[in-house]
Design a protein around this ligand. Structure first.
Ligand code: FPP
Ligand code: MG
Length: 321
């Protein structure tokens, strides 16, 4: 039986080859730093969404890999910038690029990747692809800006959290799906349905990601409980704050606002969140978005790709890293 993971693994090899070509085409001074993150073994979920979407609506051929690398290049650009903004120490199991190469080169590498992704998109000569990609980048940056504006706050609502994750993560997954459908010439209704699928998949993906923030670094490749240190008010932290006594909450609020948790605090809070199952409960909040995404698939062609899109939902729901 063909499963989502076997399709993902199979396509990873081909996507990685296409990404290696993109890396080789980068100007020499950028190659090492871009390669440090681009070739560090990501899941390549976004390229897979583009490939599946294009094929679901009838496109085929090797050129699809040229299209599929676009969202991954944008994704890696955002990671380079994100790790600078968050002061993150590791990514994809490696030391963060900005700590090895410096902050300015990391920002420039992100800018260069973004430009290379636009260049690649323009090479298809289909204006709707450029609209799709620029919109996704714009909304990703807006989501990130929204998050930064609320950094250290413990008073915003769950709805506001969802708005943030829809922007910073949802829009690029939406764009990945939309890109394939537009390229394939799908009908307007089909384009909207697969876009809506991608947006909801993306929201669910980030909710799970924020629950996984409390897992071991050995499993995720990212520092455990980084969100506490970075002042990001995510669902497991919302549950933890509700659980604290008012005195404890005030101490937490102060450290969260000022980013002054110690490493000991971080380890203890992560252990508490896991013991109280707040990470597992927060993960379950992804289900409503997974259900919405599932419903978007009903009107789409009953092809192999539609089945893989369904399996992608289980993959996101159950992922451990
Ligand atoms: C990871 O979130 C970050 C994102 C999903 C988006 C980052 C976006 C920007 C920095 C916007 C500007 C950049 C470009 C190139 C448009 P996280 O920090 O919660 O997750 P993490 O634990 O993986 O770091
Ligand atoms: Mg981050």
């Amino acid at each position: 039986m063909v499963t989502f993971v076997s399709v993902l693994k199979y396509e990873q090899l081909k996507v990685n080859k296409a990404l290696e070509q993109e890396l080789a085409a980068m100007p020499a001074p950028l190659r090492d730093i871009v390669g440090h993150v681009l070739m560090a073994g990501g899941k390549r979920l976004r390229p897979l969404l583009t490939l599946l979407s294009a094929r679901l609506f009838g496109a085929e051929g090797p050129q699809l890999y040229e299209l599929a690398v676009i969202p991954e290049m944008i994704h890696v650009a955002t990671l380079l910038h994100d790790d600078v903004l968050d002061g993150a120490e590791s990514r994809r199991g490696r030391k963060s690029a900005h700590l090895i190469y410096g902050t300015a080169p990391a920002i420039l590498a992100g800018d260069a990747l973004l430009a290379a992704a636009s260049h690649k998109t323009a090479s298809f000569n289909i204006p709707s692809l450029l609209t799709c990609v620029s919109e996704a980048v714009l909304m990703t940056a807006a989501g990130e800006a929204h998050e930064i504006a609320l950094q250290g706050s413990l008073s915003h609502s769950l709805k506001e959290y969802v708005d943030i994750v829809a922007g910073k993560t949802g829009w690029l997954l939406k764009g990945s799906c939309r890109l394939g459908a537009l390229y394939a010439g799908a009908s307007e209704e089909q384009v909207e349905a697969i876009s809506e699928y991608g947006l909801n998949l993306g929201i669910a993906f980030q909710i799970v990601d924020d629950a996984l923030d409390f897992a071991d670094e050995a499993v995720t490749g990212k520092p455990t409980a980084g969100d506490i240190m970075e002042g990001k008010y995510t669902p497991p932290i919302m549950k933890y704050v509700d659980f604290l006594s008012s005195g404890e909450r005030e101490v937490f609020r102060e450290k969260f606002r000022n980013g002054t948790f110690t490493d000991e605090d971080r380890v203890r809070i992560a252990a508490d969140i896991r013991r109280l199952c707040f990470d597992a409960e927060a993960r379950a909040m992804a289900d409503q978005y997974i259900d919405k995404a599932q419903a978007c698939l009903d009107a789409l062609p009953r092809r192999f790709e539609q089945k893989v899109f369904r399996e992608a939902l289980d993959f996101v729901r159950n992922r451990k890293s």
